[in-house]
Design a protein around this ligand. Structure first.
Ligand SMILES: C[S@@+](CC[C@H](N)C(=O)[O-])C[C@H]1O[C@@H](n2cnc3c(N)ncnc32)[C@H](O)[C@@H]1O
Ligand code: SF4
Ligand code: SF4
Length: 465
């Protein structure tokens, strides 16, 4: 399977009836359906391909005329506002994991420092201060995600911070689970902490190959035990990082997670940000095949059991189409969320636009122990990341899916090409997956693909049946 980037943007086709509307194009998403789409504001309508295009247009064009002036500024604001809502803090740079694909350089994971408790308090106080003084953020609790490296290596300091701030901030933790015990789980549930666990294989042996641990612990056994302790906790999600070696397992992974009462899964294709990791990338066709099977499996299990399992990154694609400004993950819009909606802080206080830039020192920003949140957000490297827009990437600028796909990820493309404005290697996967998302929307499956609280909070702006 080829891993070579072959950018082939979706340009769509014209029809005389839409000639007065220069931004509208038709595109055939598969053998059965076609979409009419305005790439700029993601206005769309679906119709059967065996019907004449003009049969759709009579009712759609008045709706388009009416909604374009509302949708244009809305998406423009969504794309361009600098609205910090979360900060990822690595309370230690160290990790006991030796995952070969990890975007945190091994040297940092082996020899990095722990954040001093006083520095953690300083950083949290600065974030709180920024939120109070910033009008966009006023009234919202800051979201702090303890990330890493492996945050549970310094759980005492981290849990103390959570205890001190739990009524003023919302907390999350991302962990390999090897240092988690039952009392920790009770503490996290009591403090309503969102928890992400990492699991790459249904098989302990395979997981050991992809997520080896330095020392006696076993990441697979730890995650399986943690899933029992969490016992369907709604704040839990499980991340599977997809590589060439586990791509075929995705449907089985979804079955396992559903059986363990997990309600949110993330299936993230590996980002080849670290040198020498390109061989781990799954081929686009294989990735698409098993990812779609995983989505179908989640739908089937949701239907047969009445208990939802949502694949959160696919749900974000569904949202990018059905409610573009309501999407939660910020990888599939440009500028992406890095340095705009969130940033990350390393254990020595160094700020980075997103954790994926930790190994790319050109993008490191000011030290947040000494400088302010404002100084980090206005650093040149942060501005550079915010300047990456699909309009500046030759292939994407012509693509109908540019504001659904977002051409992620800046750290990965920069690591590979030395240029932020290049097209990602997953282009072929993204566009086919978006075609599939349109198909499932056409089949009326939107509700089953989104978390209940997301679906129920959506407002109808335009609808055509
Ligand atoms: C960097 S780790 C930090 C927290 C913790 N050590 C863990 O493994 O969950 C967070 C998540 O990023 C994922 N990850 C690491 N390197 C990645 C890469 N190059 N591409 C995609 N995901 C990656 C990991 O699999 C894990 O799910
Ligand atoms: S456990 Fe997490 S931080 Fe550690 S090497 Fe694996 S992915 Fe990286
Ligand atoms: S916007 Fe996405 S699908 Fe379109 S050309 Fe760019 S990477 Fe490919």
């Amino acid at each position: 399977m080829s891993n070579i980037t072959k950018a082939d943007p979706i340009t769509g086709y014209l029809h005389p009836a839409i000639a007065p509307y220069p931004r509208l194009r038709f595109h055939d998403i598969d053998d059965e359906w076609r979409v009419l789409l305005d790439a700029e504001n993601v206005f769309w309508a679906l119709g059967k391909r065996d019907a004449s295009p003009t049969s759709l247009l009579g009712s759609i064009l008045p709706l388009y005329n009416q909604n374009q002036p509302i949708l244009d500024p809305e998406i423009d604001h969504f794309r361009n506002k600098l609205d910090l809502s979360a900060v990822y803090i690595n309370p230690t740079d160290k990790c006991n994991g030796r995952c070969p694909y990890c975007y945190i350089p091994q040297e940092v994971r082996e020899n990095g420092v722990n954040m001093r408790p006083g520095d953690l308090a300083t950083v949290l106080a600065k974030i709180e201060e920024y939120n109070k003084s910033n009008t966009a953020a006023a009234g919202r609790k800051p979201v702090i995600v303890f990330h890493g490296s492996e945050p549970l290596l310094v759980k005492r300091d981290m849990f103390k911070a959570i205890e001190n701030y739990h009524d003023r901030m919302l907390f999350g933790i991302q962990t390999n689970a090897t240092r988690l015990n039952e009392a920790d789980v009770r503490f996290l549930i009591k403090n309503r902490v969102s928890v992400g666990l990492s699991l790459d294989s249904v098989s302990a042996e395979e997981n050991r190959k992809i997520r080896p641990i330095h020392g006696v612990e076993d990441a697979h056994a730890s995650v399986m035990q943690a899933l029992e302790w969490f016992d369907g906790y709604p704040g839990l999600n499980v991340i599977t990082t997809i590589t060439a070696s586990n791509v075929h397992e995705l449907p089985r992974m979804i079955r396992l997670l559903h059986e363990k009462k997990v309600s949110v899964s993330l299936l993230n294709p590996v980002r080849c940000t670290a040198p020498g990791t390109e061989s781990l990338r799954p081929g686009n066709q294989e990735l698409l095949h098993y990812f779609k099977q995983a989505v179908d499996t989640a739908l089937e299990l949701t239907k047969s059991s009445g208990r939802k399992l949502v694949i959160s990154n696919f749900a974000n694609t569904i949202l990018a189409i059905t409610a573009p400004t309501a999407r939660r993950l910020m990888c599939d819009i440009t500028p992406c969320g890095a340095a705009r909606r969130f940033f990350a802080v390393m254990a020595d206080g160094t700020s980075v636009p997103c954790g994926e830039f930790i190994g790319l020192t050109d993008f490191h920003g000011p030290n947040l122990v000494e400088e302010s949140v404002e100084q980090a957000l206005t650093a040149d490297s942060f501005k550079d990341v915010r300047s990456r827009v699909v309009e500046e990437i030759t292939e994407c600028s012509q693509c109908l899916y540019r504001n659904i796909c977002g051409a992620p990820c800046p750290a990965e493309v920069y690591a590979q090409s030395g240029d932020l404005n290049t097209v990602p290697a997953y282009c072929g996967f993204y566009k086919e997956l978006i075609n599939y998302a349109f198909r499932l929307i056409a089949e009326g499956k939107t509700n089953d693909l989104l978390q209940d609280q997301v679906y129920n909070s959506m407002e109808e702006v335009y609808v055509l049946t």
